[in-house]
Design a protein around this ligand. Structure first.
Ligand code: ZN
Ligand code: ZN
Length: 306
């Protein structure tokens, strides 16, 4: 597919039926919980929560902090592993995701930003741009540093393989429980609907909240020249992404919660992984950035530290 044409706006910013259909069907599939024989059980809810947390970390810690911002280092094997896990979140490949995200940082809340709630409305920033054919392609020039790895290009092109495998694993797990532990009440379809469809849908909207609500609600600590905000609520839901104003001011930092009281669960996970030697060189915000954040926000000219 061709690289996206970022300049072709705004008349081409429209919801397109065929582009929106798979995304819409993931939502519709959640309603299957009401069908006879599906329902709910505690293993199904546990699987839904576990896959939410694992995949949210893969998106925030890896698609975002690693592939988009290179804020820490890792081995090629672990890089591939998290590109694969991230792809199970059905947000396309890491190269597509990171290339778009780098574009967002270069043009945040300016004309070229493809998901600015201030310019295009909350709903467009939240899901609209995903339902538009215009940005389906990957700008490989913007992500050359990772596009050089053939395994990542493979995942980027075959981005439906990991989620389909995950859905199959959920189904087989449910089938095994249905046969081996019928007292638990779990079934193959129940585990598929909860583990894959409901978990993915919640994951979608939690992730998209950063594009929409994190540019609208919350507190501005830094003068970033855009509308990015810090929100504890969104930070908790997204494992740390809610510290979005911090992040827009200094995107090179691995941790987005800059102070001890800014809870950043993905940072805690990465910190633990660094102790295990799986990742290293976690970039931190410099002292002058932390000091500036302690000062009251003045009406000075916007500037960025990164
Ligand atoms: Zn942003
Ligand atoms: Zn970012």
């Amino acid at each position: 597919m061709l690289a996206p044409d970022y300049s072709a706006r705004p008349k081409e910013m429209k919801y397109e039926f065929w582009s929106s259909l798979p995304f819409a069907l993931v939502h519709v599939a959640c309603l299957a919980v009401f069908l006879p024989g599906v329902g709910v059980s505690w293993p199904a809810v546990a699987l839904c929560v576990a896959l939410y947390v694992i995949r949210m970390h893969a998106i925030t810690g890896w698609y975002h902090r690693y592939f988009s911002h290179r804020s820490f280092k890792t081995s090629r094997a672990v890089q591939f592993l998290f590109a694969f896990i991230g792809a199970t979140a059905v947000q396309k490949g890491a190269l597509w995701w990171a290339a778009h995200h780098r574009h967002h940082h270069r043009h945040s809340d300016q004309d070229e930003d493809i998901h600015s709630p201030g310019l295009h409305g909350i709903w467009w920033a939240h899901v609209g741009w995903i339902c538009c054919e215009k940005w389906k392609g990957t700008d490989y020039d913007a992500i050359r540093d990772f596009a050089k790895y053939p395994e990542l290009r493979f995942l980027n092109k075959n981005y439906l393989v990991p989620p389909l495998l995950l859905a199959l694993v959920c189904y087989l797990l449910g089938y095994w429980m249905e046969v081996s532990y019928p007292a638990l009440g779990a079934t193959a379809w129940q585990m598929t609907i909860w583990g894959f469809f409901i978990s993915t849908t919640v994951l979608y909207h939690a992730t998209f909240c950063i594009n929409s609500f994190c540019h609208i609600i919350g507190r501005k600590r830094y003068p970033t020249g855009d509308q990015s905000r810090n929100s504890l609520l969104l930070a908790l839901i997204t494992l740390g992404e809610g510290w979005h104003n911090n992040h827009h001011y200094y995107p090179g930092s691995e941790r987005q919660g800059f102070y001890w009281y800014e809870i950043d669960i993905s940072h805690m996970i990465l910190k633990t992984m660094s102790k295990l030697g799986l990742v290293w060189d976690l970039a931190v915000p410099p002292a002058h950035v932390l000091e500036k954040g302690r000062q009251p926000l003045s009406a000075e000219a916007p500037q960025q530290a990164a």
